[in-house]
Ligand binder design. Sequence first.
Ligand code: ADP
Length: 159
Amino acid sequence: MTKVLYPGSFDPITKGHMNIVSQACELFDEVIVAIMNNPTKKVPFFTLDERVKLIKKLYENKPNVKVIVGSGATVDVSENEGCQAIVRGLRGLSDYDYEVQLRQINKDFSKDKMNTIFFFADKDYQFISSTAVKEAFFLGKPICNYVDSLIENEMNNKR
Ligand code: ADP
């Protein structure tokens, strides 16, 4: 059984993230979305618990998508979950430097065992980021093209 870990902040999960989950689901038996508890990141929009609930709801009819909170090093979470690889998404060159660095760090931490598989965002999702979604939201602009309606409603409820 092939299992991969898709780690990230997902604050909030966007249609871009969901595009990567769909692509990974086509190739692997199980995709574990790991919402990483990253203490270096500023105050989040959604708490970890809120993100878990929302993402679980989004994928409630997809038994091959599991949602967890990951704390500590990504590579440890991936190993503990029995994943063969980490999945990350690339929108374009701007993601490249950071992602290549993370990939190497994860290889180093795992003594070369844990590799990272990259999926490119399909064309409609290349310009979506959680940060841009939050900016548009706070400006009162529509975000329905960028996030699922479940997420949009929940963002409005928090306003
Ligand atoms: P992190 O804080 O770890 O970068 P994010 O939630 O911002 O967490 O992103 C998680 C992963 O999803 C990263 O690999 C990022 O490049 C990728 N990603 C983010 N937005 C998109 C998108 N629109 N299309 C494809 N991949 C994306």
